[in-house]
Ligand binder design. Sequence first.
Ligand SMILES: Cc1ncc(COP(=O)(O)O)c(C=O)c1O
Length: 438
Amino acid sequence: MSTTPATLENFWMPFTPNRAFKAKPKLLVSAKDMHYTDSDGRQILDATSGLWCVNAGHGRAKITEAIQKQAAVMDFAPTFNMAHPLAFEFAHKLAGILPGDLKKVFYTNSGSESADTALKIALAYQRNRGHASKTRLIGRERAYHGVGFGGISVGGIVRNRMYFGSLLTGVDHLPHTHDPKLNAFSKGIPEHGADLADNLERLVALHDASTIAAVIVEPVAGSTGVLVPPKGYLQRLRALCDKHDILLIFDEVITGFGRLGAAFGADYFGVTPDIICMAKGITNAAVPMGAVAVSNRIYDTFMQTADVPIELFHGYTYSGHPLACAAGIATLEVYEEEALFKRANEIAPYWQEAMHSLRDAPHVIDIRNLGLIGGIELESRPGATTARALEVFDRCFDKGLLIRVTGDIIAMSPPLILEKAHIDQMVETIRAALKETT
Ligand SMILES: Cc1ncc(COP(=O)(O)O)c(C=O)c1O
């Protein structure tokens, strides 16, 4: 059977230069553990866990079997007014690894839906507890919270915002935390910049805390090129949110499920937010799913104050889809049985040194890392931002390595099952690709 489609015409590809892709397609046809196989039968080492999501590696038998079994028993059941046992079982299992008292789980189907759901819960919570004037949402420059209108409104990526009208009203942004002058080539958490969190005081002075519902941040910003928060920054943000009675939302769509060598970024940094957004690694990407965890306090407020039987007017047809719940339960079992979060933590120092060994490679102007995340920033070609990184991406793919590039930054997030030899191969391939790139 041919693995090449008869036509590439009809699929409008997301976040892709469609014209360039269709001129030189890259087609992946199967995947196992650390590797994809492409349509030419070549093995491609996956340095990106697909898209930051296949944390346990590809084609995990336990997860596949759980999905197959559930599909044969019951394909779908609604979770509006009724439900199925797996939805509760999975939420209970998730509660077992969620930090603090974030023990109530609302299901979505993606990271974007999780971000929008978290923002809506924050607004409704403030209203239900009698603080209806708290409607303002605070995001951050260079943030990515998916592509829903809520997510792009609090997000900070200009192209994701500028084409799409006036977005949500009543949104403001903190400055991003990236400071290459002070922190270039930091290993792990950068030293300088905790005081950037104090910009929340500035926004409170401008708008007044009585108008602010929530602050949303990614513990580590991934999509805009691996921006690791400075030492003490998240702690300071937490303290300021407490001081001003503002909810803190962590978007853990990429930092969740072991990426930093702990269950969540919240655990890694020792900072517990009020709401956590999840997706991606929640099912090892085998079935699309997202979720939002909220504190018992938030959930209880809804239960105690609702003036109509339905406490939250929100939900998706596929919230808690049986196949996703089956995949999720099996995924958490794989993480646990193989102690993959611990494993990520153990291999992270080797990963760090390997990433930073590229410091002397051509075009490299910064390297950033945390857990099993790596970012390598290249100097942009004058007048041609992203061109150099895209060429490196193509060269790496031709050499059998899948990386991800965003702007002129190479971003990597390999499956947590990787071995040192895989890391060596990634570094050698990137070095060779950088050497061949002008
Ligand atoms: C922090 C963060 N939030 C939200 C999303 C959006 O997730 P999805 O593409 O599943 O909608 C992403 C995707 O990369 C992300 O990194």
